[in-house]
Ligand binder design. Structure first.
Ligand code: GDP
Length: 459
């Protein structure tokens, strides 16, 4: 008898989507157990080589409204009681609703093993709802997007661990969070890194894109309005697939209608949202102008990995001195991303491109890094010992525990008494410490505070 996994949660959190994703839509079948028909779906799925039975309580959502609450409750209770493992789903965008809390109580009361799943976390790391989820007292949530197949690798790992199973099938190499069991042909396993090249007008973006693509695929030159239709080009660099988003093409296309300045900004926003890694191209002769810094700021805010390329290096006379100055300015003006990689290139001469792409791949890896919880907590106790948090109103603020619930960018949550009283400077101390201890240069990192779960701990 394969283990049974129940997917539980209030309506519209995405239970069916997750069910379909895990069963691959193929195995879904409706149970014909009398009385329970239409109220739940059951299906077979294979998880890392293990057969499991999945039960989804979503059918209820189409049931007659009057009886919904009661039936949903009965139904969920039945599904939970029959399950070896419960996936408790909530909508991270909506946050924790009273109904979530009610379902969470059911799950907790059952004493069944449970995995808290924060759904609808695509793109950005889920927002406040994700952090609120800690409040439910069901442990650390796993951020996924059932719709987009993100976070599935991590969910599968957690399911295996909860069921005490070892993966039988060697999991495919994880590319970010993209692993989707069975639905993709193996060739698609290597997802391209999404890369955007952004910068002020005339820093040489088109020239760089051309150089990377290795052919005159984009038209650069003085004529306005020349453009290619596609805004994304695929290329392979050192055998790794890269999807390049080129804003220069976009800008040229629309230049006629809009003011260049505004456009440059909106292009950059679009490109940054699309990208995982952003190359900010600056002009080595006029580095770190206002707009460069604005774009760098945007990259940090959007949580993308940043690499700075100083272009037109062929025009620089004293290169050693120039590089020194650039590094100095970078560390002063881009304090929000200490250690950001900086590469000198000449797009025109095709120089420095290998180094640039090496930094892109490295930044991507850093951005995806996950630090194991024990290592984090060892680090935390040392950091606290070195500089204890200040006292607030005569009482010490305690930081008890830290975890990294998600990557892309690395995001940490520290559980803390009187989080609101902890000075920003102390948070910066911790964030910088994390960066140094776990080798996370150049990528934005998020460190959030949450109240320690147990109110009696709150001394
Ligand atoms: P974009 O507006 O950022 O796309 O900039 P373009 O790629 O159109 O380049 C603007 C100008 O800078 C063009 O005249 C390019 O030939 C020139 N340019 C681009 N890269 C380099 C470089 O590495 N060295 C030099 N000397 N000129 C460059």
């Amino acid at each position: 008898m394969p283990p049974t996994i129940a997917i539980v949660g209030r309506p519209n959190v995405g239970k069916s989507t997750l069910f379909n994703r895990l069963t691959g839509r193929r195995a879904a079948l409706v149970s014909d157990m009398p009385g329970l028909t239409r109220d739940r779906r059951e299906g077979e799925a294979e998880i890392a080589g293990h057969a499991v039975r999945l039960v989804d309580t979503a059918g209820l959502e189409e049931a007659a409204p009057g009886s919904i609450a009661q039936r949903m409750r009965t139904q969920s209770e039945a599904a939970i009681a029959a399950a070896d493992l419960v996936l408790f789903l909530l909508d991270a965008r909506a946050g924790v609703m009273p109904a979530d809390a009610a379902f969470a109580r059911l799950v907790r009361a059952s004493g069944r093993p449970v995995i808290l799943v924060a759904n609808k976390c695509e793109g950005r790391a889920g927002g406040e709802g994700f952090y609120e989820a800690f409040r439910l007292g069901l442990g650390e949530p796993i951020a996924i997007s059932a719709e987009h197949g993100e976070g599935m690798g991590e969910l599968v790992e957690a399911m295996l661990a909860a069921l005490g199973l070892e993966p039988r099938r060697k999991p495919r190499p994880r590319r970010g969070d993209e692993e989707v069991p069975r639905e993709e042909p193996p060739a698609a396993a290597a997802q391209p890194i999404r890369l955007a090249i952004v910068g002020r007008p005339n820093t040489g973006k088109s020239t760089l894109v051309n150089a990377l693509l290795g052919e005159e695929r984009m038209i650069t030159g003085p004529e306005p309005g020349l453009t290619r239709d596609a805004v994304a080009s695929d290329l392979a660099w050192a055998g790794r697939p890269v999807r390049l988003f080129d804003t220069a093409g976009l800008r040229r296309k629309a230049r006629i209608e809009e003011a260049a300045e505004r456009l440059a900004a909106s292009d950059a926003v679009r490109a940054i949202r699309f990208a995982e890694v952003v190359v900010l191209l600056i002009d080595a002769l006029h580095p770190f102008e206002h707009q460069d810094l604005t774009i760098a700021d945007l990259v940090e805010k959007e949580g993308r990995a940043l690499v700075i390329a100083a272009n037109k290096w062929d025009l620089v006379a004293d290169r050693r001195k120039a590089l020194e100055n650039l590094r100095e300015s970078a560390s002063q003006r881009l304090a929000q991303v200490p250690g950001v990689p900086l590469v000198a290139v000449s797009a025109l001469a095709g120089r420095g491109l290998d180094r640039l792409m090496e930094e892109v791949f490295r930044a991507y890896a850093t951005w995806n890094r996950r630090v194991p919880t024990p290592a984090l907590n060892r680090w935390l106790s040392e950091a606290l010992e070195r500089h204890p948090p200040p006292a607030a109103k005569g009482r010490r603020i305690r930081i008890r525990y830290i975890t990294q619930p998600s990557a892309r960018p690395p995001t940490f949550v520290a559980f803390c008494t009187r989080a609101e009283a902890l000075p920003k400077a102390y948070l910066r101390y911790l964030a910088n410490g994390l960066r140094a201890a776990f080798d996370l240069p150049g990528v934005p990192i998020r460190l959030r505070l949450r109240r320690a779960a147990n109110p009696f701990d709150d001394d």
